[in-house]
Every structure is written in C-alpha cells, then in structure tokens.
Ligand binder design. Structure first.
Ligand SMILES: Cc1cc2nc3c(=O)[nH]c(=O)nc-3n(C[C@H](O)[C@H](O)[C@H](O)COP(=O)(O)OP(=O)(O)OC[C@H]3O[C@@H](n4cnc5c(N)ncnc54)[C@H](O)[C@@H]3O)c2cc1C
Length: 491
C-alpha cells in the first residue's frame, strides 16, 4: 500500500533508491545553491563533489520516477523554500528525512523543522541504518568514551563475525598482519587503469557548473559496483603490501578509490567488507582492507560524535600559521616536490591516498605549525570523499593532534628519510633527503627536527625517547634558522 501523504526528502549522500522508504509516493531531492557555513566560514565544495551530488541525484530521481509517480529534483536557494514549494504544489504536509550523517547539516534541519512546524508542516527524522555497521547509540551503550582503535576493531570483528573462526578466534591466528605490509618496491609500474565514462547526468552536471572534470567518480550504483569489482580483481592482491607506497606517476597504487562511493551510499560498508572477506587472497590484504572499513571508518564516525562539542575549539599545539597560498591556488608553485605533486593531484582530481594525506600534507602542516582548523577546512573543500564526520577526526585528531591527542596513539610526523623510504619522489626532486643543513637539504628534515625539539615531552609521552635522544646529534639552531627562512619564503 503506497502512502501518498508523506514526502521523503533525500540528501546528497543518500544516493541509492533501494535505501529509501519504498512505500511512499513522494520523494524530493533539493539541490540547493545556498552558501554553506561550516564552523564560521563559507565552505566552497570542490566541483567533483558537487557533480557527484547533482549527477547522482538526477539518476536516482529518474529511477524513483519510473517506480513511483512523484519524484522531483528541485533547484532551490534553500532547503526550506524547496520544502514549502513542494508542500504547496502537492498538498503534502508531512516530510521525513533519514537523519543527516553530517552534524552541521542535521542541526540545520532541526532549525528548519522548528520553522516549518509553525506553518503546519511536520518534518521528522528517522534512523540512518545504512551508513555504518554500528549506530552511535549502540556504540555509546558499549563504550563510555572511545577506546583505542585496535580494541574497537577487535570488538567489531567479533560483533560482525568477520574473519573469525567458529570458536571466536581471529582467522589465521592473528589480528594484524602489519609486518607484511608497508613495503616499497623501487621498481614499480602503474597499473591503475579504471576509467568511468561520463554518463549523461555527469555531462549535464558539468554544463550546470560550467566545469570540465578530469577525473570521474561513480555516480550510480552500477558504476560503483564496477569499481568494486575492478579493485577486487586487479588491486586487492597487492593492497596490503604497498598500502603506504607513493609514486610520482602512479597516484593510486593499489588503493580502491571506493571512499566516495561508500560515503555517498552507492555501496554499503557491509557489502564491501563481505566482498573482500570472500575473496581468495593473502590474509594481509584482506585484514588490512577490512581494518580500514570495519575499523577506521567506523571508529572515526563514533570518535567524531563523541567529541563533536569540543573538537572545533581545541588547538592543543597552538598552531596558528595560515596555509601558504599554494594550498588554495597555483599548487605548482609549491617548492617541495612530494607536496607539490600531491597538491596538484588534489586540485586536479580531488583525491589522494591516505599516506599522501597523512604523511605529506598533514606532516608538512604539522611541521610548519599551520592552523589545524584552516587545514580541516581545506581538506573539506578539496576532497571528493570529504564529509564532516570523517574529515574532522582524521585532520584534527589523527593528523594534527589538535584534540590533545585523544585519537592518535603515535606521532604521524616524519623527516625526509621516511618519505624517501616510501616513495620515489626524490628521483624527481632537487632536494636531497639525506641532507639537513645544505642548500639542497629537503625542508622536511630541518622542519622535523624543530618539531621534535619543540615537543620533547610529547615525544617522551609517546614512548619515543630514542627520537629525543637523537636531538643531541642535531644542530638545532641551524635547523631553526633554516625553518625561519623557509617559512618566510612560503608567503
Ligand atoms: C588527513 C586525512 C584526511 C582524510 N579525510 C578523509 C575524508 O574526508 N573522507 C574519507 O572517506 N576518508 C578520509 N581519510 C581517510 C583515508 O585517507 C581515505 O578514506 C582513503 O584515502 C580513501 O581512498 P581509498 O578509497 O582508495 O581508500 P583505501 O586505501 O582503498 O581504503 C579502503 C577504505 O577504507 C576506509 N578508510 C581508510 N582509512 C580511513 C580513515 N582513516 N577514516 C575513514 N575511513 C577510512 C575508506 O572508506 C576507504 O575507501 C582521511 C585521512 C587523513 C589522514
């Protein structure tokens, strides 16, 4: 029996019609062109995100129209004006919305629902049962505050019975196969070759935004399933071993690029995890991938919701320097090759893999004392897979320790030595990763030693006394001089 008295509002990240309330007749997607205010600043989302949003919904609405009678794609200045318009046109006074996954969007809709109530229109929220394995209520029932990720991950493996034996032990005996991962092959050939053709909705969205994208992401379920299959067939077998490797001419190595498809609801985290679990491949690949989705992805969501009231006001290391201009435009003017390549790629494709995010961009920002909140804003604007619940804990917690290291259990900072070990970036650079003080020394070296000197106690707390001990061999005054000059040149 179809209910034609209620209209479901569909949000930009709810891109799969199967998840909607199939007994309703009315659906609207309000594509809004309002200015998004995020933490007191205007948020200019990257065009790829806007295209996925627009093209994804164009296609979803078409499917809905075929199945049901009334589904509309409205382009409006605000959500509220779209709801009012629809209510009037179709004489519907009840609207329902699956609770937005982003807190600032949820708060905005709560405000809207109060306003609408006065006009006789109800807007109710229902539970999001699709974005994560575990609801935040269930998480809170289990934990007073987030435990360390490893314990949470083991809990999730048991709870979901993923990679577990019948007697409740981790399959193949270990929880973690890390020692087989994090390798770097000096000889490497690019093999990432999945291309999605721009579909009609994508082309329409490009016209709408007057933008030509250089990299196409899935915008419908079948494209996302194809990407998943491509990853399983071609890259999962090397995923673990090379998960931290970085190559100048191979941006994605063996990563899946599935984050935007999962975050926009084109794939469920559960089906992705089960597909990997079912695959015949070495345990280090399976375990590592499943750790990312069942462990880290879930953990970040619950961590964010546990600390969302404080995370935006904390700046534990008191870093306040603005981001250099090349983060926002002309990334080719960045003077460090590894950072330049990564920034250029992010500007072009709105994507990079996790080590580029953590150990190139995040590391650089931390070592240069850049403002973590401005960096969070930057990540949010530039990445296709960025949503508040995932970008904020990754940037402010894991990468910048702005949360007073509630999240990170070790420092994600490194000198050029690490970047040299895990990449071929120095083959294409005038900087020498082995030098600290010479004209061709890689800035990551002297920046790193200044950071260690400035944060000795924190390193000791991290049980990294050996790093502090190495300071004895460093001419820290020289490093500080070089840092000052370097920073001056960046503005
Ligand atoms: C500073 C920083 C910012 C980040 N911002 C985002 C973001 O805005 N959106 C986002 O989805 N991920 C973010 N991540 C996590 C991670 O970098 C991306 O999920 C990953 O690079 C996406 O590429 P992929 O799909 O090829 O991932 P793969 O390497 O193939 O990993 C598989 C999947 O695991 C999940 N995953 C892995 N690591 C994480 C993590 N730390 N947090 C949450 N999910 C994870 C993703 O769903 C990803 O698709 C960030 C990490 C850092 C260090």
């Amino acid at each position: 029996m179809q209910d034609d008295t209620i209209c479901q509002i569909i949000l930009y990240n709810q891109l799969w019609d199967q998840y909607l309330y199939t007994n309703y007749t009315h659906f609207i997607y309000i594509h809004n062109i309002w200015k998004i205010n995020f933490q007191g600043r205007e948020l200019h989302l990257n065009t790829n995100s806007k295209i996925i949003d627009y093209a994804g919904w164009k296609q979803c609405i078409d499917v809905l129209k075929e199945k049901w009678k009334i589904a509309e794609f409205l382009i409006e200045k605000s959500f509220i004006s779209g709801i009012r318009k629809y209510a009037q046109k179709h004489s519907v006074s009840q609207f329902v919305l699956i609770t937005p996954v982003e807190d600032y969007v949820h708060k905005n809709f709560i405000k809207i629902s109060r306003q609408l109530k006065e006009e006789g229109i109800t807007l109710t929220f229902t539970k999001d049962e699709h974005s994560f394995f575990l609801s935040h209520e269930d998480f809170k029932a289990q934990y007073k505050k987030p435990p360390i990720m490893e314990y949470f991950y083991r809990f999730m493996r048991k709870r979901e019975n993923i990679l577990m034996t019948e007697d409740g032990k981790p399959e193949w005996g270990e929880w973690n196969y890390d020692k087989e991962n994090r390798k770097f092959d000096r000889k490497h050939e690019r093999s990432w070759s999945f291309d999605i053709e721009k579909n009609d909705a994508w082309i329409e969205a490009e016209k709408y935004y007057n933008f030509h994208s250089k990299f196409v992401f899935p915008t419908n379920r079948s494209e996302a399933l194809e990407l998943l299959e491509y990853f399983l067939e071609n890259h999962l077998d090397n995923f673990g071993r090379l998960e931290d490797a970085m190559y100048q001419d191979d941006a994605y190595v063996h990563h899946s690029l599935l984050s935007s498809s999962i975050n926009y609801w084109l794939l469920t985290p559960s089906e992705v995890v089960k597909a990997v679990e079912a695959r015949d491949t070495a345990m280090n690949n399976k375990e590592w991938f499943i750790r990312q989705v069942l462990g880290w992805r879930e953990y970040m969501y619950h961590f964010f919701h546990s600390y969302k009231d404080t995370i935006y006001i904390e700046n534990f290391l008191n870093h306040t320097r603005p981001l250099p201009e090349y983060f926002w435009k002309d990334p080719e003017s960045c003077p460090i090759n590894s950072l330049r390549v990564t920034l250029e790629q992010v500007h072009k494709e709105n994507m990079s893999h996790h080590i580029q995010r953590l150990m190139i961009i995040g590391n650089f920002a931390l070592l240069c004392n850049l403002d973590p909140h401005e960096l969070n804003h930057w990540f949010f604007e530039y990445y296709t897979d960025a949503f508040e619940w995932v970008v904020t804990p990754n940037v402010l917690g894991m990468s910048q320790f702005a949360d007073g290291w509630k999240l990170a259990t070790k420092p994600y900072v490194a000198s050029a030595n690490y970047i040299h070990k895990m990449s071929d970036y120095y083959k294409h650079s005038d900087h020498n990763p082995k030098e600290k003080y010479t004209d061709d020394a890689c800035p990551f070296n002297y920046l790193y030693w200044c950071f260690v000197a400035d944060n000795k106690e924190t390193f000791e707390k991290w049980r990294q006394q050996f790093v502090v001990k190495n300071l004895e061999k460093i001419d820290i005054e020289k490093c500080r001089e070089l840092k000052e000059k370097f920073l001056k040149d960046q503005y």
